[in-house]
Design a protein around this ligand. Structure first.
Ligand SMILES: [Zn+2]
Length: 127
C-alpha cells in the first residue's frame, strides 16, 4: 500500500488529481476499511469534492484595527515610515495584539480576513 501522499495520477486539470485511500484515512471510531470522511474504501480514491483529507494551501490577509500611542506631532507619513521602514519590527505587533487579549478584549470585533488566493493545488493529508 502506498504511503506516498502525492497524487497518484495527474492529468490536465486539478479536479482530475486522485489520491488513493490508505489505512491512515481510517479512524478508531470507525473500524471499517474506509476513509472516515468520504467513506471511500481503502485502495480506492478519496472524493476530492467531499473529503476533508484532500486539502489545499491558500493565502489569507488578516486586517486588524486597533489603537496605539505615538508622539502627538507625528504625521501619517511619519507613522507609516516608523512602521514600515524603521528598526521597528512587525513581530512587535504580536505583542500589541497579545496585550489587547490580556486586557480582556477578543480580537474578533477588530479583525477581518480576506481570501487572497490559492497557493497550491490539492494534496492529501491522511493523518
Ligand atoms: Zn477521503
Amino acid at each position: 500500500m502506498s504511503k506516498n501522499h502525492e497524487p497518484e495520477s495527474q492529468t490536465q486539470t486539478e479536479t482530475e488529481l486522485r489520491f488513493r485511500v490508505t489505512t491512515e484515512a481510517m479512524r478508531p471510531v470507525n473500524p471499517d476499511a474506509v476513509c472516515f470522511y468520504c467513506e471511500a474504501p481503502v485502495g480506492t480514491f478519496h472524493d476530492n469534492h467531499t473529503c476533508a483529507l484532500v486539502n489545499k494551501t491558500i493565502k489569507i490577509r488578516m486586517i486588524v484595527e486597533y489603537d496605539v500611542n505615538v508622539p502627538f506631532n507625528w504625521t501619517e507619513d511619519q507613522i507609516l515610515f516608523y512602521r514600515h521602514h524603521s528598526a521597528w519590527c512587525s513581530d512587535n505587533a504580536i505583542d500589541e495584539l497579545n496585550q489587547l487579549i490580556t486586557d480582556g478584549d477578543c480580537l474578533c470585533p477588530i479583525t477581518r480576513f480576506e481570501y487572497v488566493g490559492d497557493v497550491s493545488g490539492p494534496f492529501l493529508e491522511e493523518r
